[in-house]
Each structure stands twice: as C-alpha cells, then as structure tokens.
Design a protein around this ligand. Structure first.
Ligand code: HEC
Length: 241
C-alpha cells in the first residue's frame, strides 16, 4: 500500500514540477509548435536587408521601363513640341518651374497663367474625364456641382465647380489647386501626373460649358431639333449658381 502511495506521490511531484517548476526559466530554443502552419517562413520583409541577393538589399529595383498596370500616357497631338519646345515627357517630368509644371507664368512670378500647355485633342478630354471620375467626382460630383458621394456621408464645404468664380478662374490656378490643394482640400500632386492634371482642367472646362450651354453652342444645322416647344428657354443662358 505504502509502495503505491509513494509511487503516486512521485508521479504527482514530477507533474507539478514539470508544469509549475519551469515557469520563469528562460530558453533560447524556439517553443514547440504543434501546428506551426505559416507563422514563420522565409520571406523578405520591407526595408530589411537580405543575404539572398548579392547586393544585400531586400528591396529590389524595378525592372527598367516598368510602368504601373493599366497606365497610358494621354495623347498629345501635334502642338506640344511647337508650344513647349521639347518632347512631352521631358517637359512634364522635369520638375521645372515653368507654366506647365506650376500654373504660373514664368518670369512674371506669381501670376496665374491661363491655357492648357499642349494642344487639347478629344483624347485629352477623354483622359481628363477618366481621371476626374477617379480622383475628383467622389467629392465634386459627376458634373462638378459639389455633390459627390462623399458629401452624402457628411463631407461639408466641397466647392461647386460650376460657380461663376471658378468658371472665371484661370487654368493655372485650378492646376495649382489639383497639385497643392486648397484650404480643406488636399493636394493631388503626388498621385496625378502633370499631363493628367492639365487633362482634368480641360475636362472641368468642358463640364462648366456643358452646364451653361446656349442654343448658339449647337451647330446651326442641328438647331431645329432643339427649337421646338422650349425654344425660348433654350436661347437664354441658364441662371448661374
Ligand atoms: C476629398 C474630397 C475632394 C476631392 C477628392 C477633391 N476635392 Fe476639390 N475641393 C474639396 C473641398 C472640400 C474644396 C473646398 C476647399 C475650400 O476652399 O475650403 C475643394 C475645392 C476645389 C476647387 C476650388 C478651389 C478654390 O480656389 O476655391 C477646385 C478647383 C477643386 N476643388 C478641384 C478639384 C479637382 C480637379 C479634383 C480632382 C483632382 C478635386 N478637387 C478633388 C474636396 C475635394
């Protein structure tokens, strides 16, 4: 009987010591993992060196000529060389202080310039519409009326791009607003390339015109279709917001 008792005591002692007695001990060995799954694996972590590559860097350089997926340069038909005096890319990715990169007339210093610094083709407007709908419409709305989806979720103070003040605003100043933001609007210079910003400016002009058209904007031979019942109202300029 005593024999069994001593055996049991010994077993219990071993159990207690093995569970409780080793608590607080330090070990440099990895813990036992029954199902390690993919908790630990060989991989390159961001900004961390790696012996795997000869140059010791974990981060790899882009393959020469890499462009973001789906990216295409807006078309530039003809006029850019003549107006800008150098090839399209060289001008717009130079970071120069000229009109095309700042919206300000160079030399004059702080004066906003006006005009799109390359010839606007239909493809420019299409590019502008695409970029506008991606980058601006969430706040400014599809027509620029300042009623984008974000305003329905409580964003206040979004500018109505159809207002007279912004219709009169020079292209250069709008370009600058896209690049650097204005008051509560953040700048988009880091995410929208220079030619695309100009394409957006051109598209905003098209939007502004689309909301303020008169019968005179319709080609003469097509006016008859619009001069039906509401000819009188069509010939007057709509009220400005
Ligand atoms: C996150 C919402 C948001 C987005 C996206 C946004 N804007 Fe704005 N924008 C604003 C707000 C808010 C204002 C009003 C700022 C103020 O004057 O207080 C504003 C003002 C403006 C103005 C008027 C500036 C002035 O001088 O009064 C222009 C022009 C403009 N935005 C153009 C754009 C264009 C072009 C884009 C797309 C590239 C864009 N915005 C994207 C929120 C936005």
């Amino acid at each position: 009987m005593v024999r069994y008792f001593l055996l049991l005591l010994a077993l219990i002692s071993i159990l207690v010591v093995s569970i409780a007695g080793l608590r607080g001990c330090k070990t440099s060995r990895p813990p036992i993992e029954i199902f390690p799954d993919m908790v630990r694996q060989d991989k390159v972590k961001a900004q961390v060196p790696s012996n795997f590559f000869a140059d010791g860097r974990g981060a790899r350089e882009h393959v020469a000529g890499t462009v973001p997926l789906g990216y295409s340069q807006p078309e530039c038909s003809g006029g850019c060389d003549a107006k800008m005096g150098s090839p399209y890319n060289a001008v717009y990715f130079s970071g120069k202080e000229d009109y095309a990169n700042t919206g300000k007339n160079s030399g004059a210093g702080t004066n906003w310039g006006t005009g799109i610094p390359f010839t606007v083709a239909m493809s420019t407007l299409e590019r502008g519409r695409e970029r506008y709908q991606i980058q601006c419409a969430v706040c400014h709305g599809a027509t620029g009326a300042g009623n984008g989806i974000a305003t329905k979720y409580g964003l206040v103070g979004v500018a109505n791009l159809q207002q007279q003040r912004l219709r009169d605003m020079s292209d250069g100043e709008i370009f600058n607003t896209i690049s650097n933001g204005k008051n509560t609007m953040l700048g988009y210079g880091a995410t929208i390339q220079v030619p695309d910003r100009w394409a957006i400016v051109a598209y905003i002009r098209a939007l502004q015109r689309s909301q303020n058209a008169t019968i005179n904007d319709v080609p003469a031979d097509q006016r008859a279709a619009f001069q039906g019942t509401n000819a009188a109202s069509a010939t007057t300029t709509p009220a400005k917001p």
